[in-house]
Every structure is written in structure tokens, then in C-alpha cells.
Design a protein around this ligand. Sequence first.
Ligand code: ZN
Length: 343
Amino acid sequence: MISTEYTEYAVESILALCKINSPSGFTVKAIQYLQENLESMGFNPYTTNKNALICDLGGEGEPLLLAAHVDTLGAMVRSIKGNGRIRLTWIGGFAGNFVENENVTIITRNGKEYTGTIHLINAAAHTYRETDSMSRNDVNLEVIIDEVVKTEADVLHLGIRPGDIVAFDPRTIYTPSGFIKSRFLDDKASAGIQIALAKYVMEQKIALNRKVYIMFTPYEEVGHGASSGIPRDVVEMISVDMGAVGDDLKTDEYKVSICAKDSGGPYDYNLVSALIEVAEREKLNYAVDIYPYYGSDVEASLRAGYDLRHGLIGPGVFASHSYERTHITGIENTLTLLASYIA
Ligand SMILES: [Zn+2]
């Protein structure tokens, strides 16, 4: 197992990333944070036109790219209602009940921030009878802004406009028992793991068994994260993204999950086998699973026309796209699998 200082650094980075709002389309600050960290370690990362971050970790031959996404679910102001409340449009796919009663930050185009809460229209139990049966969707949920606003004009006066970003409070908690509870561990858990992997490679002067890039992508939740910008010499790509936990699956929060098949079909047979072999050799706590409703960055790359062997691994994340949870041992197993695969 990799030394605990790097697992702890991964957790530290995850907690820091969770503090930076980064719904798809609003990832500049999160990318900047990662870029500065990689530069301070002595790497030379660069950004693509659409602001994915790519960093060459060194090594020679058979170039491999590891990709985690820094964008998250979120919302956008769709319109301002006559009564001063805000109608939303979702960014990414999730059930409305996952964000009901969540605190939010509305970020205007000129950088002003206002807080508010997502509520059901007719929210009060003492004045309405129909609250149980109403669908939780972007029509029946709205934002109540924490400002004295009674009309659309009042809201416009604050500077809030359609197209402004609405970020959900991640409510990040790290418990003494090693659990990280937060929104957006999909995929900030993996972004933290990749940055810790870079630190490990640099500080421990790891002799890589091949050329290795890490990439942080900005639009995974809306489907085209890694559809562009993959370095031309890459022959193999692994999405480092959350492992799905549920029903009959064997992945849990303590494991690294190796995905054999998801909505996009089977992953590269030999690559999946090679990852299993490393997990066995290193005696990792791992599971091979099928994710029934899941698409990954590397599938976006394949659809865009890149010729790659493709894989997907990541720490098990419970309650994905809701209030998620993982455990430090899941982080440790994932980090160790990656570190062992490239050295
Ligand atoms: Zn994800």
C-alpha cells in the first residue's frame, strides 16, 4: 500500500476541491487550483482550448492518460419569476429530490455571490396539503434568495440574470472515522487522487514503466468532458471516476472499483484484466463491477474518434449524485492501484 502521507494528501486535496464551486461550464477556479499545485510540485501542466488541464508525469513509451473530471452537477438561473423567486435549469443529470432544501450560491456574471435555498413551490406543510405528491423537478422547485426581494425588478436590481451559475452547497464533512461526506465526490475524490499520484511520482522519483499523463476535464457531467484535447501519442486511457455502489454490486466505500462494463458497453478486455492482476498482486480491497447507468470520459474520447484502449476505475462512492460518501480506505486502494500500475 502507498505510504499514508499521500493518501492523506489526496484527502486534503479532495476537501479543498469540494470548497471550490465548479458546476460544468464554471470550472476555471478548480482547474487553476490544480494547475498551481502541479506547478508548485515542479510539473509543467497546460490547458486545452476548452480548459481541460493536462500534465505529463514523465516516463517513456506506450503513453497512458488518466482522466478525472472536476466539473460537477449544478444549476443555472433559467428565469426570474414575477414574485422574485428563481426558476432553475439543471446542469447534469439528477433527481430533483436530491437537491430539495439545499442551500445554494448564485454567482452573477460580474462575480457577485448571493445565497438562497431550493424549495418546493408551496413549501410550507402548515399551509399546503399537496406537498407529498408533487414531483420534485425544475418546475416545482425554485430558489428563494436570501435578500429582501418581492418582484422580478428587485432581483434584477441585485444583478442576477438568466444564465447565472447556481452552485449547491457541498456540505463537506470529514469524520474522525475516515468518512468523507460531500456532494461532488464524483469526481473530486478522483481529482484529489490524481494530484496525490503526481506528488508521489515527483517526490519519490518513481521510475515510470511508460509515459504517463494526467488530465482533469471540465464537461464530463454533460457528456463531452474528454471528447477533445487528448495528446496525440496516447494509446491507453483510464477514466478515474467514482465506483458505483448499489443493489447487487460488490463495490463499496472501502474499495477501488474496476468497471468491466457500463452504459457504453464493455471496457477493453485486456486492460481490465491487467488492472485486476495489479489489484490481486498488491492485495488491494477491490471489486470488478458493472455500472448499469453510467457513462465515462473515456467513452466520450472514443466517440470523438480517438483510437484508445479504455478502462475505468475509481473509489466506491455511496449515494452518487445525491449527498455522497466515501471512505479514506477507498481512496487509498485507488491511489495504490494507479501507483502500482504505472511503476
Ligand atoms: Zn463522474
